[in-house]
Design a binder for this molecule. Structure first.
Ligand SMILES: [Zn+2]
Length: 142
């Protein structure tokens, strides 16, 4: 693939990465700027910049490999009392590299990682029902 995507470079074996798993569809390697040690990224080998571009079969396998990676991390000596799976889709969701990647983040009490939100919406039940109906209707078109 001829683009400037750093993850495509890793998938092609040209970029340096500390690999924890690879097969024909996906590759898992350590994040160079980890939240905690063992923080792994699982990516599809084929470039997909967003979830919308990722085929569902690869998406399923991406999640399966992340699930297995989480289990693997838990058996190591790495400090891991919990795991976050995190996928940022779009700039507003903090996506930084525009090649889909699923984070597998080992967590422990007091590690300092947190989500902060101000002005959280307070929907009523009827708001929730209306929103659910919108999303459910959109589901039917897929
Ligand atoms: Zn790419």
């Amino acid at each position: 693939m001829t683009n400037d995507c750093v993850f495509c470079e890793i998938a092609a074996g040209r970029g340096r990465a500390s690999i924890v798993y690879e097969d024909d569809l996906v590759i898992g390697f350590l994040d160079i700027s980890p939240i905690n040690l063992g923080h792994t990224l699982i990516i599809p080998r084929a470039h997909a910049s967003s979830l919308a571009e990722l085929d569902e079969a690869t998406g399923r396998w991406l999640f399966t490999v992340a699930q297995r990676t989480a289990a693997a991390i838990r058996t190591t000596d790495l400090r891991c009392e919990g795991i976050n799976l995190w996928l940022a889709d779009g700039e507003a969701a903090f996506q930084d590299v525009f090649h889909v990647h699923l984070h597998v983040i080992p967590r422990f009490e007091g590690d300092g990682f947190r989500f902060a939100i101000t002005d959280r919406p307070q929907p009523s039940r009827s708001d929730l029902d209306e929103i659910a109906a919108q999303i459910a209707a959109a589901h039917l078109t897929h």
